[in-house]
Design a protein around this ligand. Structure first.
Ligand code: MSP
Length: 529
């Protein structure tokens, strides 16, 4: 059975989850669900990055120990993923003993292999990035990403001799042209390496919130150096040889564009140094950017309204914030799910921002996508079919016509959607699926069964539409699990789409007919713009 191992970055617990985090996690979840549907053995990993100066700083600001702080914030991530119906197989926290153990085993191997040396480091450090910058990289003397002042640090550090991996990395990119996608990001990594690699400092003595260095207890590992190894920890590196070799290196790392260097340069080099194969796939996505002003006003207010009474300061801040453009990091995933529902939020994140490029995120965009695709198309098809089956077929769904013209569209949609999911292009997979919904709505409008006398012609049209609903339910199940199960149930089928296997169960004609069809409440009531 093919295996599919997919990961999200592990999120820093310095602050609460926001829709940018939800974007990656929902995409990973949909991909994992798709691969389960096609019968792959799936392992979907997400988790939290709990060490480092940024987390220690946030903890101190809140008068807590870093561990207490991490224990508190991790609950918000777990809650957000529960709300969004994320079905991860494991959740890793870097403060867990299993992770400390794997990090120490992995880095000891690199040390024993002679790629780590002791030296003194002086540099300009941005605590938000947990990264050093050269003076040339700064913008107006500040961090180019966060715009906050950098601090000059001098430490005795252990260094990973990254510079010794230039040739090996270049060869790796060359021999594995698809390892880093899209190609623009592969080229970015390639030119970074061609520009010359410096050795990197991988330990700290100035702080203690990290994984202890096994050969020198005065040091802890630098947060990025421990974080990357989570992908190996979770499959049992250093603990269960047989298991991790089953899943590694055929992993798919999904990452945001600002962490390419860590995943596409450092991480493969670290793996090579430890005698482990580099990850097979790194897929880089863009950022969600906030567009319309209305988004800020509505959603920030909503967050303020739902803030706890003792969070009065935060609530006031949030209300003031309604007058300035909102940052994406201020939008909690919950603000969207409460307003639009879980599946509509998931659909929007998957459909509107092509995975791989930046995308505009706006309240207006959300509403118009919701109305067009969910209320007018999918919701309408479900409601219409059930109503007419009620009035013309006594509520019993007829079987589809094996020769239906829709069969051809369906076959084409199923294979192009499958191809798109396999290429990590959920927006295309959904676009294809909506082509089938559109075709079924058009066929109904052309035949107008609601005006016709009951009989074989009406049965055939409705049977076809029910078959389309069965197929659509299968195809959208990775994106909208609850909705697809509900459609499945309403059209009288047993179990759920998740219990089916593609492509076999997506062949035209699977709807049995002769089963009760239920009308139910509108799935996606229309929203005011
Ligand atoms: N802890 C590191 C990752 C370590 S992985 C071994 C980290 N954490 S993070 O919480 O800052 O960011 C995690 C991910 O969230 C990144 O991939 C980042 O791109 C993503 N996003 C943060 N803001 C985002 C948007 N506005 N849009 C899309 N993704 C965004 O980096």
């Amino acid at each position: 059975m093919p295996r599919f191992y997919v990961t999200t970055p592990i999120y820093y617990v310095n602050d609460a989850p926001h829709v940018g985090h939800a974007y990656t996690t929902v995409n990973a979840d949909a991909l994992a669900r798709w691969h389960r549907l096609v019968g792959d053995e799936v392992f979907f990993l997400t988790g939290t990055d709990e060490h480092g100066a940024k987390v220690a700083e946030a903890a101190a600001e809140h008068g807590m120990s870093p561990q207490e702080w991490a224990d508190t914030v991790v609950q918000r991530f777990l809650g957000a993923w529960r709300d969004l119906d994320i079905a991860n197989d494991d959740f890793i926290r870097t403060t867990e003993p299993r992770h400390h153990h794997a990090v120490q085993a992995f880095l000891q191997r690199i040390y024993d292999n002679g790629y780590i040396r002791l030296d003194t480091y002086t540099g300009l450090y941005c605590v938000s990035c947990e990264d050093y910058y050269t003076p040339e990289q700064l913008v107006d003397g500040k961090c180019p990403i966060h715009g906050r002042p950098v601090v000059e640090m001098e430490e005795e550090n252990y260094f990973f001799e990254l510079s010794r991996f230039e040739d090996r990395l270049l060869r790796w990119y060359e021999e594995n042209p698809d390892a880093i996608r899209p190609a623009t990001k592969r080229n970015e990594a390639l030119s970074f390496v061609k520009g010359g690699l410096k050795d990197i400092s991988i330990t700290r003595t100035s702080m203690h919130w990290g994984v202890p260095v096994p050969w020198d207890e005065r040091h802890v590992f630098y947060v990025w150096y421990d974080a990357l190894i989570n992908y190996l920890t979770a499959v049992g590196y250093g603990a269960d040889e047989e298991r991790w070799r089953l899943w590694w290196p055929a992993v798919h790392h999904l990452i945001g564009k600002e962490i390419v260097r860590f995943h596409c340069v450092w991480w493969p080099a670290m793996c090579m140094a430890a005698g482990v194969d580099p990850p097979a796939h790194v897929f880089v996505h863009g950022w969600l950017l906030v567009g319309g002003q209305k988004l800020s006003k509505t959603l920030v207010r909503q967050q303020a309204d739902s803030a706890d009474a003792d969070d009065a300061d935060d609530a006031a801040d949030a209300t003031d914030a309604a007058d300035r453009p909102v940052r994406l990091t201020e939008i909690a995933p919950q603000a969207l799910t409460e307003d639009f529902g879980v599946d509509a939020t998931r659909y929007h994140l998957l459909r509107d921002v092509p995975f791989g490029t930046d995308g505009d995120f706006s309240y207006e965009g959300l509403v118009s996508r919701y109305n067009a695709d969910l209320a007018n198309n999918l919701g309408n098809l479900v409601a219409r079919v059930a109503t007419v089956v009620g009035s013309k077929c006594g509520g019993i769904g007829p079987a589809p016509d094996p020769e239906s013209a829709l069969a051809e569209v369906a076959g084409d949609v199923v294979s192009s959607a499958a191809d798109a999911w396999a290429r990590i292009a959920p927006h295309e997979a959904l676009e294809q699926t909506w082509r089938l919904i559109g075709a079924a709505n058009a066929a109904l409008e052309a035949a107008e069964p609601w005006k016709a006398e009951p009989g074989p012609a009406v049965d055939a049209v409705l049977g076809d539409a029910l078959e389309v609903l069965r197929l659509v339910s299968l195809l959208v199940s990775p994106a909208m699990p609850a909705t697809s199960t509900e459609i499945w149930r309403r059209i009288g089928l047993d179990g759920g789409p998740q219990d089916r296997r593609l492509p076999a169960d997506a062949a035209w004609g699977g709807y049995p007919g002769g089963v009760p069809v239920e009308k139910g409440e509108p799935l996606f009531p229309r929203r005011k713009a």
